[in-house]
Ligand binder design. Structure first.
Ligand SMILES: Nc1ncnc2c1ncn2[C@@H]1O[C@H](COP(=O)(O)OP(=O)(O)OP(=O)(O)O)[C@@H](O)[C@H]1O
Ligand SMILES: [Mg+2]
Length: 350
């Protein structure tokens, strides 16, 4: 379909609008004209030596900083500024956003000062929301809009959010799982628990420590989860080797792990996620639950990539469950689309 003149003028008006998914694990920036212009781990690495003005200097951000986690030299300090989807370290978050914005759009961006749309977990308090707004304003945003992460994810997953028919999206991120029941362009029910991929990694570390007497690093545990992780046992199981530190002698030791180890390790946090989805089905408006029973549930967020997760949920809930296309980018793409469609609340920072 050819774009009308009015549409193209409109397009230009909105072209300085930027969507940001400031996640516990990953930060993504999306613009209408450029698509996903930044996708980096939410990690920042500071030089311990302060500048002459007494401010900390950012040494590395994103991928480069993540590689430093767990192996930081003494002169550097590596920080994950976000916890459970909200800012845990304000100065670090502010630095990180500023750097990312600069990396995404170095020159024209600051000249124009864009309006930002940021995803927030539904469980974020007013204080936590204010902190996110202020960090974005400090990074150069002219206006800041907030959008519920589950509404953004639903839009990004292509669900019919504006329809009267209810949809359910379960976004499993690094630090939170957000459950949203959506109809008529808004959230009719939201649930949020502070369990996500980080808790799966922690559970793998605990399982390997208890069963193999080996302490794995966080990055190794995450790699194992992504490589052989599964919500359900499979035949034959996948296996891989992972190296950590022997608890008894403190020396490096390599263990062979199988899918079954991961299934057992993550059973408990996975049950918590399942419990939250069940609670949502029990507490959401009954008519919408009927719609969900027909249309099924959609999984988004990086956690949705865990092996056999959709099958685990559909076995337990007796409802059709599927993983969205590109689950890691649903929230930011949806936030960008929702901003264009006016589905966000706005405040100005002039
Ligand atoms: N293939 C995979 N299998 C299992 N887990 C995965 C896979 N790929 C990524 N993940 C996990 O997804 C999580 C990151 O997902 P995502 O980027 O959606 O989180 P986030 O938006 O930063 O966090 P939050 O929404 O909680 O603030 C990490 O815990 C990561 O380990
Ligand atoms: Mg997220």
């Amino acid at each position: 379909m050819a774009r009308s003149h009015a549409q193209s003028v409109f397009g230009r008006l909105f072209s300085d609008s930027v969507a940001v998914d400031l996640g516990t694990a990953n930060t993504l920036i999306y613009t209408d004209d450029g698509g996903i212009v930044l996708n980096q781990p939410s990690v920042v690495c500071f030089d311990r030596q302060e500048s002459a003005a007494g401010r900390k200097r950012v040494a590395l951000v994103g991928d480069e900083a993540k590689q430093m986690l767990g192996r930081t030299p003494v002169n550097l300090e590596t920080v994950r500024p976000m916890r459970a989807g909200v800012i845990a370290n304000f100065p670090a978050a502010e630095h990180m956003i500023r750097q990312f914005v600069g990396m995404a759009r170095p020159q024209p961006f600051f000249a124009r000062r864009a309006s930002f749309t940021l995803c927030v977990p539904s469980g974020a308090t007013q204080v936590e929301r204010r902190a996110i707004r202020e960090a974005a304003a400090a990074a150069g945003a002219r206006k800041v809009n907030l959008i519920d992460e589950s509404l953004a994810s639903a839009v990004g997953a292509g669900l019919p959010v504006s329809s009267a028919t209810g949809s359910m999206v379960v976004d499993i991120g690094g630090g939170t799982t957000e459950i949203g029941v959506i109809a008529l362009g808004g959230t009719a029910y939201t649930g949020s628990i502070r369990v996500g991929g980080d808790q799966f990694d922690a559970a793998i570390i605990k399982h390997v420590r208890n069963n193999f007497h080996v302490l794995l690093g966080e990055q190794t545990a995450e790699y194992v989860k992504k490589t052989i992780g599964s919500a359900l046992a499979i035949v034959p199981p996948d296996t891989m080797r992972a190296t950590g530190r022997g608890i008894d002698d403190g020396l490096p030791r390599t263990v062979e792990l199988s899918t079954q180890d991961i299934v057992e390790a993550i059973a408990s946090p996975l049950r918590q996620v399942l419990g939250a989805v069940k609670a949502a089905l029990e507490n959401a408006p009954p008519e919408l639950v009927t719609d969900i029973a027909d249309a099924g549930i959609v999984l988004t967020g990086g956690g949705a990539l865990l092996g056999n997760l959709a099958r685990y949920f559909s076995n337990e809930l007796h409802i059709d469950v599927r993983v969205a296309d590109e689950p890691l980018t649903c929230a930011v793409r949806g936030a960008g689309a929702a901003a264009s469609a006016g589905l966000v609340e706005m405040s100005a920072y002039d």
